[in-house]
Write a protein that binds this ligand. Structure first.
Ligand code: NAD
Ligand code: UDP
Length: 339
């Protein structure tokens, strides 16, 4: 069976993807510098699957370390999650974000090329659509104006990887545009583990529920949406992880190319819908107040995921209730994350 190098595999989406890969029979090699994750997540991945993976604590920016990893391992394809992802922080630290995300990817791809590995699945984002010109968003929707350096690294890296394929058509490049991943593995053993105060909606809600935070701020209630709060396409992280397994299977049967897929459910929920769904699913109350709009937020962002269903045979299976139940199971059994 093939060996998959998973960069950023100790992180939120990466750890869930490692579970699905191991269960599908792949051998897994993780590279992560643990700048936003913990070794413990991978220990739990092994515990959940009863299988071993290989872990290198290394930085993508460390070319020699990366070369050694490719020398040691017979890698068939790469799933590239590693990157910094905090939108607000990226505005304050653009150089750090461009260096880590772009230079890290350039070094990774150069090592891949030198070792004859030419298949990469890249974590892109719905953010590349900006304020989308078409709703629900299809892959034909033009890329929009991106409002922060984090998002711009995604747009630039999509272009860089596409250029790589233009220069050498043997490259197989899969650009997966994630919508809003939430939830956790059913077991409650792995989940999202943000450092400091969460920026994202679901971890904020679960931390209010567990008593670590007092009150959720809902950013804006005067948008042009059914209830005035922003609408997003939330997707269960396990469904998202499965999308990567399907992406690998498709690439294995192809010669070379660039493929783009939206990974979402196709259903839009407002912030208030999510709060209500969380309260109902878990039978508790979330304190919230309305606040000013957050800079850079678009009113509505949800996708048409039918291309992924047609071409990858992938479709999200879990609904908002399971996302809320699973997020809460993880948070309540791990109130301090992996600490
Ligand atoms: P995460 O922070 O949990 O995981 C990223 C991992 O990459 C972390 O374990 C971190 O330690 C590692 N990392 C970062 N820089 C590194 C470097 N230079 N060398 C080695 N390891 C490094 O984030 P996540 O939510 O799991 O996201 C995974 C990917 O998906 C990211 O590229 C992110 O931008 C993208 N994405 C995430 C979302 C989301 O809402 N979570 C949405 C769209 C796209
Ligand atoms: N949001 C909110 N309060 C928070 C965090 C997020 O009201 O504390 C809203 C945010 O304005 C957006 C939605 O929740 O409309 C999802 O935000 P998140 O940061 O999770 O993901 P994004 O869609 O920005 O990638």
């Amino acid at each position: 069976m093939a060996t998959i190098l998973v960069t950023g595999g100790a992180g939120y989406i990466g750890s869930h993807t490692c579970v699905e890969l191991l269960e599908a029979g792949y051998d897994v090699v993780v590279v992560d510098n643990l700048c936003n994750s913990s070794r413990e997540s991978l220990r739990r991945v092994e515990e959940l699957t009863g299988k071993k993976l290989t872990f290198y604590e290394a930085d993508l920016l460390d070319r020699e370390a990366m070369e050694r990893i490719f020398d040691n391992e017979r890698v068939d394809a790469v799933i590239h999650f590693a990157g910094l992802k905090a939108v607000g922080e990226s505005v304050c630290k653009p150089l750090e974000y461009y260096h880590n995300n772009i230079t890290g990817t350039l070094i990774l791809c150069d090592c891949m090329r030198r070792h004859g590995v030419k298949s990469i699945v890249f974590s892109s984002s719905a953010t590349v659509y900006g304020d989308p010109a078409i709703i629900p968003i299809t892959e034909e929707c033009p890329k929009g104006e991106i409002t922060n350096p984090y998002g711009r690294t995604k747009g630039m890296l999509e272009q860089i990887l596409t250029d790589l394929h233009t220069a050498d058509p043997d490259w197989k490049v899969m650009l997966l545009r994630y919508f809003n991943p939430i939830g956790a593995h059913k077991s409650g053993r792995i989940g999202e583990n943000p450092r400091g105060i969460p920026n994202n909606l679901l971890p904020y809600i679960t931390q209010v529920a567990v008593g670590r935070l007092v009150c959720l701020g809902v950013f804006g209630n005067d948008y042009d949406t059914p209830d005035g709060t922003c609408v997003r396409d939330y997707i269960h992280v396990v469904d998202l992880a499965n999308g990567h397994v399907k992406a690998l299977a498709k690439m294995a049967g192809e010669q070379g190319g660039v493929w783009i897929y939206n990974l979402g459910t196709g259903v839009g929920y407002s912030v208030l819908d999510v709060i209500n769904a969380f309260e109902e699913a878990n039978d508790l109350k979330i304190n919230y107040v309305f606040k000013e709009r957050r800079a850079g937020d678009v009113p509505a962002c949800y996708c048409d995921p039918s291309k992924a269903e047609r071409e990858l045979g992938w479709k999200a299976r879990y609904g908002i209730r399971e996302m809320c139940e699973d997020a809460w199971r993880w948070q309540k059994t791990n109130p301090k994350g992996y600490e």
